[in-house]
Design a protein around this ligand. Structure first.
Ligand code: NDP
Length: 309
């Protein structure tokens, strides 16, 4: 029986080696060399070509090679009824939270204003930042967003999270559902988006939601480019309603050379680099799921295909 890795983008050699180190009896293949289709029991995928999984009749699970599953679910020919799992990883979460904290702290400690003053040779102390009075809002309170909430709260910020269902995390205000969104936004001075991309969250950072943020708010998006209506964000930055944005993900990636974000004075951008899967850290959970599937035990980190995350 075999596992196939289908990933036109990610370098998969390391994954193959690490899985084989732990399961030498498993036939680990890298697409397009998939071998006999009826021997394939497990698929490890990142952005698989549409229809590439339907030819395997004996799949026991499909595993995303990342925390997000939007790349996997957008395949209109995904085989029905095959369980899907994703990666939930400590190192992936802490990388992401470092990225968010860095952006929050840059804004909070007026880093960009001081850089600009340095450029102009200006020696001037700006008003002191009041951490306890600074309201940070995290959209998505899951593996990544939950840790972001806790670590930002530990730094002393006034933190709220917005999720689909209510949360109880010490020191964190919980807002949830469509009904809670507006109140959450109205109290958020620094917004971090850590939502999964689903039909319900696509385009959620738009003219309407941006206008619910207080004037001078900051936006950090390191979830998916599809969360942001880019023209609306540009308009809000240009009008001054949004003070600045830190963006790691975009509607089109790589970001086209002519895109206004590249040279926008209020935008800091990175090339989808906020949090990158480290194979050594995630291969044990892939192997664990193979063992569970073989033993007929429940899989770890199951995806809900209806909710899309
Ligand atoms: P989780 O599934 O653990 O958490 C998702 C959170 O979003 C949950 O709190 C969930 O609410 C909430 N949510 C989902 N749908 C809605 C909705 N319609 N309204 C309100 N809240 C909603 O995901 P992770 O934290 O592991 O990852 C989040 C995303 O981060 C990934 O899907 C991926 O796209 C992105 N990511 C980006 C990376 C990058 O390099 N830029 C790297 C890694 C991840 P509830 O708790 O109530 O279910």
């Amino acid at each position: 029986m075999s596992l196939v890795i289908i990933s036109p983008w990610k370098n998969v050699t390391q994954y193959r080696k690490l899985i084989l180190d732990r399961m030498p009896d498993l036939d680990v293949r890298v697409s397009p060399d998939v071998g006999p289709a009826d021997k394939v029991e497990f698929a490890l995928v990142w952005n698989q070509p549409p229809g590439s999984l339907k030819r395997f009749p004996r799949l026991k699970f499909i595993c995303s090679m990342g925390a997000g599953v939007d790349h996997m679910l957008k395949d209109p020919e995904l085989p029905e009824g095959v369980p899907m799992v994703r990666l939930v990883d400590r190192l992936l979460a802490s990388q992401m939270v470092e990225y968010v904290m860095l952006a929050v702290l840059r804004y909070h400690r007026q880093y960009h204003e001081y850089r600009e003053q340095q450029r102009r040779g200006v020696w001037k102390v700006l008003p002191p930042p009041n951490t306890e009075a600074t309201r940070v809002g995290v959209m998505g309170v899951g593996n990544l967003g939950g840790l972001a909430c806790r670590r930002l709260s530990a730094l002393g910020f006034d933190v709220a999270g917005w999720s689909r269902r209510p949360k109880t995390i010490e020191g964190i205000k919980s807002y949830y559902g469509d009904a809670g969104l507006r109140v959450f936004l109205e109290r958020t001075q620094i917004l971090s988006c850590l939502l999964p991309l689903t039909p319900r969250t696509a385009g959620i950072i738009n003219k309407g939601t941006l206008s619910s943020l207080p004037k001078g708010a900051y936006v950090i998006n390191s979830a998916r480019g599809g969360h942001v209506i880019e023209e609306d964000l540009l308009a809000a930055l240009d009008s001054g309603h949004i003070a600045a944005a830190t963006l790691d993900v975009f509607q089109a990636e790589p970001l086209p050379a002519e895109h206004p974000f590249w040279s926008h004075p209020k935008v800091v951008l990175t090339p989808h680099a906020s949090s990158i899967t480290i194979p050594d850290s995630v291969v044990p959970q892939i192997v664990e799921n193979i063992e569970r599937a073989r033993a007929g035990r429940p899989l770890l980190n199951l995806v809900d295909p209806v909710e899309g995350y």
